[in-house]
Design a protein around this ligand. Structure first.
Ligand code: C2E
Ligand code: MG
Ligand code: MG
Length: 701
């Protein structure tokens, strides 16, 4: 059956009879047949539609069979058409010329019909498989191009190499370049990897095992690439190694991405310094070395002082810039430390780390004496002491540094780090901008603090906190104007613990939130009870920790404390410190406005010991200054009253009320009264009292 899908055969012959007979014979076999009288007509027909096979006579007018053949082979569209040439009998030269011109096969005239039909069918079949092979090669080449994967093989007898186009592309070698292909490829391979690659190949041929390896190449243009090769040996039927076959894949980008991921996993993204994990690795390696060679090493642990304040005041972007600047100085000071003779840039990168936040560590390897670490610490503090210029802002920072020595302090990476950390905290408590070597006693102290923290956590739930109240009186009339609520911790084993011993731990651990909450609620409830009992407690003052002042949630808790106790806000005062005002001007302003709307007044505690902008005092709704105890004590000394005088006149001109804290002597009382200080608080008037004692005081006064 002939239909539109049947293969199309074009018959070109100037002999009408031959064409007719060929048509009849082929149509019987299910071919479609087109006829051309000569070569030129054949070309015209092929220009309009492709044929699956051309059957052409050698001799034809206008364009003979051989020229037709050449024309077809030079046309990219027609190049692959199989051509069967019809030659005269015994014309060996014509056969030869036909093949030269690109003929696929030939048959002799006069034509034998059965043979012709077989030939045509056979050519058809092999043409189809050739086409399929071509397509699958194309697909393979495409896939290789996409995967940047080329294949190659080396004949082990002739040493000749064959490879796919993609292999050439990967190596940057022109197709058809002169010279040995194998040598061209080998010359691209990085000399550092060439030897190993050859060894692998040799071993594979010897043992028959496959291998895979990554190596670097340098392309003709100079670009470096990373290739991964997988290879195996092919054997002949008798088991002798015949070829080395393999693939090469360009994995440069993948390796670069992996390297990037590894870098990120081991570095701090802000400063580019090593991160904690990296530092731990470096430290444990350095410890092994130290053990082998018998020298010491030190971990220097650095933490910026008051970094949170800088972050809060200037914003996180500036904070980040500052940290970058600090990272540079830390690295620099290690580089500058001349005794560390063997420190190169690479070592600096590994030996200096940012553990997070404002904490940096550095490793002082191969020390001859602990003094070397002190030397580094000194240099660090000095380097950091110079002001930083962060986007035009001059920022001054200081740092606290702790040092722990291997193997003296510990032989364990984590414990050594913790020792350095402990020493750093110790330096911080001792006054900041200091360095401190770790000692055993610090551990004891750290342990004490840990115990304290654990106990304190429980104390809050077990009603072990109590409040004492210290009265404040009017300096002239002596009438009670209010009182300050002061927290104490009654521990069954440790006894009565003053706030100075646990407030800092509470602040560091966040427990202060619970404590201050409890104090606020207890003081409000107590004030309300006294009022209900017809007593006049005046304003009850509660101390506020810097941690939550300005926090909107804390304001809600203040409001709740008033609501739950039904206490009028007029009877509550909050004592804040100067630094809280400076922390975040806007938040502070809003908080103070909010507190005022609840009727609560605000006093600045320990006034004169911190830094406070005079502008803030006027602008913000602050009602009272509490002159710090240290200035009040100075009143007794000669020329000691100047600061008290200055504070009192400042307050008077800003129309702020004044309270003198820590009044202990009659002289102080007389002096303060003469200078129009409004209220007095101190042991001279009364020590802080228990709730019952305070109630007695209120009844008596
Ligand atoms: P502060 O707010 O300045 O409280 C005054 C401190 O001075 C109290 O110490 C008080 O007992 C003491 N004091 C009073 N009069 C005299 C005196 O004439 N001479 C001497 N030498 N001292 C006197 P305390 O109770 O040990 O409190 C210390 C600090 O602990 C307080 O200083 C305050 O900053 C903090 N604090 C106390 N209670 C709380 C609280 O409930 N929450 C928070 N966040 N901090 C609190
Ligand atoms: Mg106070
Ligand atoms: Mg005070």
């Amino acid at each position: 059956m002939v239909d539109a899908k049947s293969p199309l055969v074009l018959v070109a012959d100037d002999d009408d009879t031959v064409r007719l007979l060929v048509r009849q014979a082929l149509e019987l076999d299910g071919f479609r047949v087109l006829e051309a009288r000569d070569g030129r007509q054949a070309l015209q027909l092929l220009d309009q539609r492709p044929a699956d096979l051309l059957l052409a006579d050698v001799e034809m007018p206008h364009l003979d069979g051989l020229s037709l053949c050449e024309e077809i082979r030079s046309d990219p569209r027609l190049r692959n058409i199989p051509i069967l040439m019809m030659t005269g009998h015994d014309d060996a030269a014509a056969v030869e010329r036909a093949f030269d011109a690109g003929a696929t096969d030939f048959c002799q005239k006069p034509l034998q019909w059965t043979l012709l039909r077989h030939r045509v069918r056979f050519i058809q079949r092999s043409h189809r498989s050739a086409q399929e092979l071509r397509r699958s090669r194309e697909r393979l080449a495409n896939a290789q191009r996409i995967a940047r994967l080329g294949n190659w093989e080396i004949d082990l007898t002739t040493r000749e190499l064959h490879c796919s186009d993609e292999t050439l592309r990967i190596f940057g070698i022109e197709k058809g370049a002169p010279g040995s292909l194998r040598e061209a490829l080998v010359s691209c391979i990085d000399s550092r990897d060439l030897h190993a690659l050859k060894e692998q190949a040799r071993h594979a041929i010897e043992t028959g095992a496959g291998f895979h390896m990554e190596y670097r190449i340098v392309r003709a243009g100079g670009a470096e690439r990373v290739l991964r090769t997988e290879a195996k040996v092919a054997h002949d039927a008798y088991g002798a190694p015949m070829r080395l076959e393999g693939t090469s894949q360009d994995v440069t980008e993948r390796r670069a991405a992996e390297a990037e991921i590894r870098y990120l996993a081991y570095h701090d993204s802000l400063t580019g310094l090593a991160n904690r994990r990296n530092f731990r690795d470096t430290l444990s390696r350095a410890m092994l070395q130290s053990r082998r060679y018998g020298y010491k090493l030190a971990v220097v642990y650095l933490d910026l002082d008051n970094f949170t304040r800088i972050n809060d005041t200037l914003g996180h972007d500036m904070g980040d810039l500052l940290l970058k600047g600090v990272a540079e100085r830390v690295s620099r000071s290690v580089r500058l430390t001349d005794y560390v003779g063997r420190v190169g840039t690479e070592d600096v990168e590994r030996n200096v780390a940012r553990l997070g936040g404002d904490e940096f560590t550095l490793l002082v390897a191969d020390m001859s004496q602990p003094g070397d670490a002190a030397h580094v610490a000194n240099r660090l503090l000095r380097e950091l002491g110079r002001p930083f210029d962060v986007q035009g802002h001059e920022i001054v920072v200081s740092a606290s540094v702790g040092i722990a020595v291997y193997p003296d302090d510990s032989e364990d990476v984590d414990i050594l780090l913790r020792c350095a950390d402990t020493a750093m905290h110790h330096a911080k408590r001792k006054g900041k901008n200091l360095y401190q070597f770790y000692t055993e006693s610090m551990n004891a102290e750290a342990f004490r603090r840990l115990v304290l923290e654990t106990k304190l956590r429980k104390a809050i739930g077990r009603d072990q906190l109590i409040l004492h109240y210290q009265p404040k009186i009017d300096a002239r009339s002596g009438e009670t104007t209010g009182m300050e609520a002061l927290v104490r911790w009654q521990d069954p084993e440790l006894g009565l613990i003053p706030p100075g011993d646990f407030i800092q731990v509470a602040e560091e651990t966040g427990l202060i939130g619970n404590i201050d909450d409890w104090v606020l609620r207890t003081a409000c409830a107590q004030a309300k009870r006294w009022l209900d009992a017809g007593l006049q407690p005046g304003r009850v003052a509660v101390n506020v920790s810097a941690r939550h002042f300005g926090d909107p949630e804390w304001l809600t808790r203040v409001r709740d404390a008033l609501t739950d106790s039904s206490l009028d806000g007029r009877f509550l005062e909050l004592e804040i410190t100067e630094s809280m005002l400076m922390k975040d001007e806007q938040a502070a302003g809003e908080s103070l406005e909010e507190l005022r709307s609840m009727g609560i007044s605000v006093a600045i505690d320990d006034f004169g010991t911190g830094y406070c902008s005079m502008r803030y005092l006027r602008q913000f709704h602050v009602s009272t200054l509490k002159v710090d105890r240290s200035f009040v004590q100075d009143v007794d000394a000669e020329d000691g009253a100047e600061i008290v005088n200055a504070i009192l006149s400042l307050a008077q001109s800003l129309r702020l009320k004044t309270v003198a804290e820590g009044v202990e002597t009659e002289e102080q009382r007389a002096y303060l009264r003469a200078r129009q200080c409004d209220e007095l608080q101190g042991y001279l008037i009364s020590r802080p009292l228990t709730t019952e004692a305070m109630e007695g005081w209120l009844r008596d006064h």
